[in-house]
Design a protein around this ligand. Structure first.
Ligand SMILES: CC(C)(COP(=O)(O)OP(=O)(O)OC[C@H]1O[C@@H](n2cnc3c(N)ncnc32)[C@H](O)[C@@H]1OP(=O)(O)O)[C@@H](O)C(=O)NCCC(=O)NCCS
Length: 182
């Protein structure tokens, strides 16, 4: 099978994208990243919404422009990531630059590491310099993904909006995505 890669959302992956969203719903998991909650019955309108968001068009005034990527492996959309083009006061506390999710049936195979690595390359393309990731302390899989991608834990604090202790991690992308640790 070809190596997993990031693609821009497109109609070519409609059925597989929908099955990924269904898997998240069936396992009663929150939609992460948040674009998984966008309505997609009208797929063309959904794609236009994502494309607009990357240009800062059609987003709430409290939002920053954000790009969504799909991690494709073989014929399947295995994961979704979302890259915020800059931070605002809210994202600095909760949300950070990047959110990502792997469909439940594809977890535990290194795809979480890979989707973050590839999205960090996109962050480097945007010249972000340093990338902030926030992660609930009770999500050890995500913390492992971040640490494997060169994350440095800055702080841990209770975040009221999430009702959880949240970790804040930074990754330096000035030289591209950092090498992964074993
Ligand atoms: C977090 C998530 C992306 C990880 O995806 P994944 O494909 O299973 O990740 P990987 O296979 O690359 O595994 C990465 C690491 O997590 C570890 N891991 C996986 N599940 C784990 C668990 N339940 N508890 C502890 N560690 C776990 C793996 O052992 C691996 O660690 P290692 O590299 O030290 O061996 C996935 O669980 C997910 O989509 N969760 C829901 C959305 C979410 O929480 N996103 C992150 C928001 S901050």
């Amino acid at each position: 099978m070809d190596a997993p890669r990031l693609v821009a959302p497109s109609a070519a992956w409609k059925d597989s994208y929908r099955s990924l969203v269904d898997e998240f719903a069936a396992s009663n998991e929150p939609a992460v990243p948040f674009t998984l909650a966008f309505p997609h019955e009208n797929f063309e309108a959904f794609l236009a919404e994502l494309a607009g968001a990357a240009r800062g068009v059609g987003i709430p005034s409290s939002f920053v422009p954000h790009s969504t990527f799909w991690l494709v492996r073989g014929a399947e959309v295995a994961g979704v990531s979302n890259l915020r083009h800059r931070l605002n006061d809210e994202l600095l506390i909760e949300g950070g630059h990047i959110g990502y999710g792997i469909r439940p049936s594809a977890r535990g195979q290194g795809l979480g590491r890979e989707i973050l690595r590839l999205t960090l390359l996109e962050a480097a393309r945007l010249d972000l310099g340093r990338v902030l990731l926030t992660c609930a302390k009770d999500n050890p899989a995500s913390a492992a993904v971040i640490a494997a991608n060169g994350g440095r834990l800055e702080s841990e604090a209770y975040v009221e909006a999430r009702g959880k202790v949240t970790q804040r991690w930074w990754i330096d992308v000035r030289g591209g995505a950092p090498a992964q640790s074993a």
